[in-house]
Each structure stands twice: as C-alpha cells, then as structure tokens.
Design a protein around this ligand. Structure first.
Ligand SMILES: NC(=O)C1=CN([C@@H]2O[C@H](COP(=O)(O)OP(=O)(O)OC[C@H]3O[C@@H](n4cnc5c(N)ncnc54)[C@H](O)[C@@H]3O)[C@@H](O)[C@H]2O)[C@@H](O)CC1
Ligand SMILES: Nc1ncnc2c1ncn2[C@@H]1O[C@H](COP(=O)(O)OP(=O)(O)O)[C@@H](O)[C@H]1O
Ligand SMILES: [K+]
Length: 536
C-alpha cells in the first residue's frame, strides 16, 4: 500500500482540485464525515464532542465533523486556538455552517484558554484534535504546546484528524505530540504515522478514502507499507520439478569464540526460507560441525590469502557478520566478499564494528547488491552517532546512507524500516515483543539471504523477509507470548511462508470504499484471514 509524505499529499490535493474538477469544499466534506464516523466508533452515544481547532484546514475538517454530529443532535463545541482573522477561508466557512447546525448556541464555538476550556474538555465523550495536520512544520508554537499538554493530561479519548498534532508526517518525529486513541487519516497513511516514534501517538489508524485522484500525483510509488496481498507477487516461485541445486546455495560467514550460534541461526533462517543448500564458513579454529546437522561447515585455511576464491565458487549469496568479531583477517575476507564475489551480500552485526571507523569503505567496488541489516545500536556505532540520534532521525539517515553506500538498508526495530538507494522506503508493521530475544536478528539475516538465494530480487527479498519474520513472531505469540527461542522463530518463518504460499490465491474481496484499519493486531493473521490490516 502506498504511504505518502505531506508534500505529496498537498500536491495530490492541488492537482485533484485543479485538474480533476473537484473542490476543496467537497474533499473537506468527505474528510469531516470520515472523522464524524470515527468519533462514533470511539463513542457510539457521546454526551458531547469537543474539537480543538487550529487555524488551517485540519481545523476545518474537525469543524465539518462537528457539524455532522450536531445534525445528529449530538452536543458539540469548537474550541478555537486562533482569532477569526487568522483562520483559513475553509475554516471560516466551516464555522459559519457549524453555528447554524448548532442552532446558534453561544457556547457552541469558544476560544481556548487552559483555565476556562478545561471543564468542557474534561466532560467531553471524545475530543477531536484538529489543531495541526500535514501543514505542521518545525516545533509546535507555544499556544499549540499548551493545548497539547492540556489534552494529554485528561483521560478523555482523543481522535486526531489526519495526524496527531505535533507529529511530523514525513519523519514520524514529534517530542510533544497529541496522544491519540484513534487517528483518521485521509487517502493514504502518512509515513510519520507508521514509523517509530510517530506510531506510538496515533492509536488505531483508520485510512479513509476522500475521493482524491492518486493517478494525478505520483509517477511511481516511493514509500510503502507491506500488506498480505503484496506477498503474492513477492514469494519465490517453486516449480514442482525443483531440486535443491536450483533453490540456491547460501554461505553464512561469521562466528567467534562464544558466538558460533549466531551464524548457525542465520543459516537456519535461510533454510526455513527455502534455500537449497547451506554452508557455514568458520575460521580454522571454529567448530567442525553445526548444531544443526542439515548445515555444512567449511573452515577457512590457516593462511587464506590465495584460497578464498574456491570457497565462494558456486555460492549464490553470502551473509556475513553474525557473531563475527572484528580483526585484520576479517577485514581481508570481507573485502574479498565485497569486491570479488559477484552475488548479493547481506552484511550484519560484526560487519558494522569492522567498518565503524571508515563506514564508506563498505561500498562494493563491483556494484553487486549489498544489504545491511543493523539494529539501531549497530547503526549508531557504525556511523559514530548516539543511538538517540539514530532513533530520532532514522528516516533521513537511512535515505542518506543507502544512497551513499548504494546499499539497501534495513533498520530493525518495533517498526522496521527499509530504504533503497533510489529513495524507495518501506515500513513493516508485523512483529511482536516475544521477538526481543537473542538471535532473532540473526534469523532475519538468514531469511533475507535465503530468499535472495532463490532468486528473489534484493529490495523485494528484504521487504518480504521483514514482513514474514514479524508475522512468524506474531504467530508464535499466539501460544507463546514470552520466552521463545530464535530457532523457534526460524521454524515459524517456514510455517508462515508455507501458509502464505498455499493460501495466497484465495484473496479476500472487500468493499473498495471501506475504511482501512491499520493496527498491529494482537493475533496477527495469515493472509487469507487478514494481516496487519482489515477493512472496516
Ligand atoms: N491534502 C488533502 O488532500 C486534504 C487535506 N485536508 C486537511 O488539510 C490539512 C492540511 O491543512 P493546512 O495545509 O491548512 O495545514 P494545517 O491545518 O495543518 O495547519 C497549517 C497552519 O498551521 C500553521 N503552522 C505550521 N506549523 C506550525 C507550528 N509548528 N506551530 C504552529 N502553527 C503552525 C501554519 O502556519 C498554517 O497556518 C490536512 O491535514 C487535512 O486535515 C482535508 O481538508 C481534505 C483534503
Ligand atoms: N517488540 C518488537 N516488535 C517487533 N519486532 C521486534 C520486537 N522486538 C524485536 N523485534 C525484532 O526482532 C529482531 C531483533 O534483532 P536483533 O536486535 O538484531 O537481535 P539479535 O542481535 O539478538 O539477533 C529485529 O528484526 C526486530 O525488528
Ligand atoms: K490533527
């Protein structure tokens, strides 16, 4: 599903109005109705609904919603943060219409002050947050901050219009933002609503169609969210006559004393994702057998300077770094893999420590696909930045570094995000806290590599793996919400992948105008029964 940033949204609105012969009024009417429906979903029989109204069109949407509620005999009040002279034209008109619908009640439209508004707000069944929408830039002004704090201090359900006030729709940043119970967003989800930390403010996220013409706006999708229906095109095709030689040979290089399990788990992830053959490459001091008998071991020769090419002959994909500890030999081997090996390389864990003093050297001189899968701590060490900077600026850092390194970068987390050098980005919404266990990232490295080994193209392999890996954790959470082992996560990847492959054809028909509810379900579901979204 397409995910937009605010500038794309306003371009789409402008072009829909100018070239599509629709009016702002008409779009706002649909937006306001969607918000009114959202209010009733939160509180079916509200005693009163109060909207906090900024000066722009976000406020106008909130006021339109109030009018629709007022027309259903629900008690409403608009609390204005700005004097009339500063209101957008659409907001002024919406307020006049509201006043008529309210029967001209003097307490139906009021000005905000923390002292006098608190009583009305506290006794509302729902507060609509229409202070700032996608027109928000920079830091919230003081009057906005006061309003945000007032709302967040109350125990009244909040519905945010389009985006919680204070959240940046492009990056998801927002130190002081409205904590919504539900956000009704228009046309497409905004990137900032889906990624961390923005996703923590949105509550349930409803995507409502308001009749914009997306075809007038975007040449190609640049940001997206993976939905179950996207999997059909991404899953590797496996003909009935397939033999293991055609399912790809994955080599995982990594491990060090005390950390031999990491590459084994990556190998297992690759095998559960369907790789035909799996070799672990260890130093000559490493183990000679794997914990898993299905995995082959190859030991590096004591002096390997000439012997490397034979090792990588007939290998389709190399995953490197799990359990690896940095050293000069490791640097030499990694250089060989990056520059001489012609297949895709997935680099994780120890590789980031190996290259932390010269991050640009991770570029592959042969131009073959490179995929990096750091968690925020690894990415921070690699770039010599504080972890907090990586977390706050994840979108910008990923875009910058994936272009610089010509690499696909997947940043692991609650909402894993993936960036490609051409500017495409994907956010993954599957996952579950039971995955916060040692080795689950190693499994992901393996899953990506396993799909690559079967010929899935790099960006598709990465986004599909993130989705399946999270779904696998969530499936396991049905019976074990705590205390899973990474090897069980790998097993679960195999199960969700098989279920997806066999059930993919039976797609669910749905109402094309239905609102879409994007949540991280408590019990994530296989494709036929839903996924991280449902039509409502
Ligand atoms: N894009 C679309 O297609 C549609 C947009 N609609 C609504 O329009 C909204 C966008 O409307 P606007 O562009 O009027 O923007 P907003 O309503 O988000 O507010 C913009 C106003 O806030 C001020 N502002 C910006 N940053 C601020 C800050 N940090 N502190 C205080 N004030 C700040 C700006 O100066 C401007 O006056 C959307 O979020 C949505 O609710 C809908 O009406 C329907 C269609
Ligand atoms: N609460 C959570 N919600 C979603 N995904 C999670 C959660 N906790 C962990 N994960 C996922 O588990 C994996 C952990 O990876 P990582 O930290 O590299 O583990 P390790 O280094 O032990 O292998 C990542 O893919 C991450 O997205
Ligand atoms: K808002």
């Amino acid at each position: 599903m397409k995910v937009v940033i605010p500038s794309e949204m306003s371009r789409m609105e402008k072009r829909t109005i100018q070239e599509g012969f629709l009016s702002e009024d008409l779009l706002m009417e649909r937006a306001g109705l969607a918000v009114a429906r959202g209010v009733l979903a939160l509180s079916p029989f509200p005693s009163s609904v109060v909207a906090m109204v900024g000066k722009g069109n976000n406020g106008a949407d909130a006021v339109v919603a109030l009018r629709h509620l007022a027309l259903k005999s629900i008690k409403t009040a608009a609390i204005l943060l700005y004097p009339e002279g500063e209101h957008s034209k659409a907001l002024s008109l919406a307020l006049k219409r509201l006043s008529v619908a309210q029967g001209g009640r003097p307490d139906g439209i009021l000005h905000f002050s923390p002292q006098t508004s608190i009583h009305k707000l506290r006794h509302a069944s729902v507060i609509i947050d229409g202070i700032l929408g996608t027109g928000f830039k920079g830091e919230p002004a003081n009057e906005v901050l006061v309003a945000i704090e007032t709302m967040n201090a109350l125990h009244v359900p909040v519905l945010s219009v389009d985006i919680p006030t204070g959240l940046d729709g492009e990056t998801g940043r927002g130190e002081k933002a409205v904590q919504a119970n539900r956000t009704v967003t228009f046309a497409f989800p905004k990137w900032g609503l889906l990624v961390d930390p923005g996703c923590r403010y949105t509550g349930d996220l409803v995507v409502s169609d308001i009749g914009l013409y997306p075809s007038l706006s975007f040449p190609a999708p640049s940001r997206q969210l993976i939905l179950p229906e996207d999997m059909a095109t991404l899953l590797p095709k496996r003909p009935p006559s397939l033999h293991k030689g055609q399912a790809g040979h994955l080599l995982v290089w990594g491990g060090s004393d005390g950390k031999w399990g990491a590459p084994m788990l990556s190998g297992l992830g690759g095998q559960r994702a369907g790789a035909g053959l799996l070799t672990l490459l260890f130093p000559h001091t490493g183990p000679k057998t794997s914990f898993f008998p299905e995995q082959m071991i190859r030991s590096l020769p004591e002096s390997f300077s000439e012997g490397l090419s034979a090792i990588f002959d007939n290998i389709d994909v190399v995953a490197m770094g799990p359990g690896l500890s940095p050293g000069s030999e490791e640097l030499q081997i990694s250089r060989y893999v990056l520059d001489e090996f012609s297949g895709p390389v997935v680099a994780d864990a120890g590789i980031f420590d190996l290259y932390r003093n010269f991050p640009m050297s991770l570029v592959r001189s042969n131009g073959a696909p490179l995929i990096l899968t750091p968690h925020p701590g690894e990415f921070a060490r690699y770039l010599n930045l504080p972890v907090s900077t990586v977390l706050e600026h994840s979108t910008e850092l990923l875009l910058e570094w994936s272009e610089k390194l010509s690499a696909i970068i997947l940043l692991k987390g609650y909402r894993t995000i993936i960036a490609a050098p051409d500017g495409r980005m994907t956010v993954n919404m599957t996952g579950s806290p039971n995955m916060a266990t040692a080795g689950s990232g190693d499994v992901l490295t393996g899953v990506i590599s396993g799909l690559l080994a079967q010929g899935t193209s790099p960006y598709e392999a990465v986004i599909l793996s993130a989705y399946l890996h999270g779904l696998a954790g969530a499936e396991l959470a049905k019976s074990r919400s705590i205390g899973i082992l990474a090897r069980e996560l790998a097993d679960s990847v195999g199960l969700v992948l098989s279920a997806a492959a066999t059930e993919m054809d039976q797609s669910v028909p749905h109402d094309p105008w239905g609102d879409i509810l994007l949540t991280r379900p408590a019990r994530p579901i296989l494709p036929t029964t839903g996924g991280p979204y449902e039509k409502i």
